[in-house]
Design a binder for this molecule. Structure first.
Ligand SMILES: Nc1ncnc2c1ncn2[C@@H]1O[C@H](COP(=O)(O)OP(=O)(O)O)[C@@H](O)[C@H]1O
Ligand SMILES: [Mg+2]
Length: 375
């Protein structure tokens, strides 16, 4: 399946700009980005509910741009999953096939199969009003599944569920996708955690523009822009102005008042040093920490804790360093407190470097690391 240089304009405004994206057969691809960035519109173009203003949509080697929804082998699950309130779960599942005048012969068998797959067999005779949110969502999925489509399109299907159920359904959807061999899933969400945990690959959209498509691991390790670096990862990556000085194969940076030499590994990945040396330095909260007892004075900086946040397993603190506010991961014991003075240092082999103007990465990918990346 492929978006082939697809544009969508509404009243002259491009809400999807030159989207060129190949979706691999059988993969679970997540489209992620902030609200309004064009995710739903893109998905609707795949579904045939919206026509591209320019460009083509391909499914396999077939140009489906002009095919109506009904003639595409796709099934879509929406954020709001209106079930027919006066019909039992079973009738809700049977509704689509009946409308499409599919043979009745094996409908019962298919309903039972889908119900088993989703664990809702015991609910078939209930009415939707007697179901929990998660059960309703499963029925909505079942209605899409019963078509046995080649392609599953899901538009924020979990956003109406509470947090615990969302986590459970996330895992279930992946299991389902894995069980339905050869089914391709395109899943839309604005939630980066959902994107990272679910996607074989994740496509990041911003203002209708595709910024990067990669595995979750590579998006985190190799963000090609400040936007992707900040969007992926929680808490958000710190971005601070700094200066980079490379000479004789050694790279020194200065950032947050810390002067340090970059590791040979990162130094070897620097694509270009901007003239004047000004850069944006990305430091993940996980890579900003309390300075140890040893180490040179120049590699540490004083800060004052402003806010302490517990995530359950980790403690993050917002810390004032001069005029900058940064987030660092701190040890759980002794528990850091507001107003406490701390000395910080960062991992010189984990920084990200971006161009000040273009906000694009200045680092090449490391081919060795890429080979051992998890996915
Ligand atoms: N039918 C429409 N007419 C005019 N503008 C639209 C229409 N559908 C979507 N838009 C606009 O297109 C942009 C992208 O919308 P959408 O694809 O729904 O974003 P997302 O799903 O990422 O939140 C938004 O600014 C939205 O207001
Ligand atoms: Mg949307």
């Amino acid at each position: 399946m492929r978006f082939d240089h697809v544009w969508k304009l509404f009243e002259g405004n491009a809400v999807v700009s030159d989207l060129d994206l190949k979706i691999r057969e059988g993969e679970f691809l997540v489209l992620v980005g902030p609200s309004g960035c064009g995710k739903t519109t893109s998905l609707r173009m795949l579904a045939g509910l919206e026509r591209p203003s320019h460009g083509r949509i391909w499914m396999g080697d077939k140009d489906v741009t002009d095919l109506p929804t009904g003639q595409r082998d796709v099934s879509m699950v929406f954020q709001s999953y209106a079930l027919y309130p006066n019909m039992s779960v079973k009738k809700n599942l049977a509704f689509g096939p009946k409308v499409r005048k599919e043979p009745k012969k094996d409908l019962d068998r298919r309903i039972n199969e889908v119900a088993d797959l989703l664990g809702i067999r015991q609910l078939l005779n209930r009415s939707p009003s007697a179901l929990s949110g998660g059960q309703r969502q499963r029925v909505a999925l079942g209605r899409a599944l019963i078509r046995e489509p080649q392609v599953f399109l899901m538009d924020e299907p979990l956003s109406n569920l509470d947090a615990a159920l969302r986590v459970q359904m996330r895992a279930e959807l992946i299991r389902l996708h894995n069980r339905l061999e050869n089914t391709t899933t395109v899943y839309v969400t604005h939630d980066q955690v959902e994107a990272l945990t679910m996607g074989d690959r994740v496509a990041v959209l911003k203002d209708g523009v595709l910024l990067q498509v990669d595995s979750a691991n590579d998006l985190y390790e190799y963000p090609e822009s400040v936007f992707v670096g900040e969007f992926i990862g929680s808490p958000k990556m710190n971005v601070q102005p700094g200066s980079l000085n490379t000479s004789g194969g050694v790279a020194n940076i200065e950032c947050l008042g810390v002067r340090t030499t970059l590791s040979p590994e990162i130094t070897g990945r620097i694509e270009a040093t901007p003239s004047g040396g000004s850069v944006l330095v990305g430091i993940r909260p996980h890579d900003l920490h309390l300075a140890g007892e040893s180490g040179p004075e120049s590699e540490r900086v004083q800060g004052l804790i402003d806010i302490v946040e517990h995530t359950g397993t980790e403690v993050f603190a917002t810390i004032d360093v001069g005029d900058a506010k940064v987030i660092a991961r701190l040890p759980r014991t002794p528990l850091p407190v507001r107003g406490q003075k701390v000395e910080l240092a960062f991992n010189a082999d984990r920084v990200l470097l971006f161009d000040v103007e273009s906000r694009k990465s200045l680092l090449r990918r490391d081919s060795e690391r890429e080979k051992v990346s998890i996915r």
